[in-house]
Design a protein around this ligand. Sequence first.
Ligand code: PEP
Ligand code: MN
Length: 338
Amino acid sequence: MIIVLRPEAGADVANELLERIADKGLKPLHMPGAERVVLGALGDERALAELSLDSHPMVEAVKPILAPYKLVSRELHPHDTVVRVGPLAIGGRELAVIAGPCAVESREQMLASAQAAAAGGAKALRAGAYKPRTSPYGFSGHGPEGLRILREVGDEVGLPVITEVMDSADVAIVAEHADALQIGARNMQNFTLLRAVGRAGRPVLLKRGMSARLEEWLLAAEYLLAEGNDQVILCERGIRTFETATRNTLDLNAIPYIKQRTHLPVVVDPSHGTGVRDFVTPMALAAAACGADGLLVEVHNDPARALSDGAQSLYPDGFASLMRQLRPVAEAVGRPLA
Ligand code: PEP
Ligand code: MN
């Protein structure tokens, strides 16, 4: 439930009501706004009815939260959440570009790819040390050694780093090395992993599952927020449809929908969304135009030799060209590049 207090209600009223909500076994939420204080109560709403809050003289309105996801919903939290990954703010006015190779392959490859990302103007570096691969014979990443390389290279080029965690058992070591944790499409509904990552004390980049409906994706984000972590970035990376001409179908409808339903920022991954190098830049521009808060783009120093996702990885000059084309599009929709 959402409890909107009257403008004249003081902190004492808010505290008294929060206590009464907690005494009923519900989770109390306190959201002071510019004009009014809004309180939330999550849990069994029958318990709340016993408090008769609508007859309290300082309560203006009591409304149900209609969405099945509560903490993620804009109903409860109307203002945009800005997620900070190191010095980079995602979800504010500026468009944030995150780039890097699919996988950490070697120190040399990682450094050259990171230099290309930084030179093009990316503001965060993303690469996988743990790779989910369809085939058990594919390169599955260097694990802890990959994390060390990624951290070192990020520090060397001066960019915060984001990397995927696939298993609850690895959350601590990944959180120790990375500025933000990625949950991949294949793990979007790994609820044990979601809960563990929600408690890791790091921002999270949550990819949409390849067959996930938008509501399921937002409920997956709710798991993270329910563990006390509101630093969550959603990432649209394309879905499976009947179309096989491209690796996935990049669902840009999701962007305005997500912006309407949740306060969390959303970024678009046109690399996995298309799977085709030549389509990455046009779809990156489209993503910026339709309101994405940022982009996640795969860039490799030598895509022809990449151990994963070479066909969709931009060459360094391709990434520089994407960034040059992106700037005027982003500015046209009021989003200067970060
Ligand atoms: C990736 O980001 O390299 C990746 C494995 O992506 P996804 O989980 O979206 O397939
Ligand atoms: Mn990849």
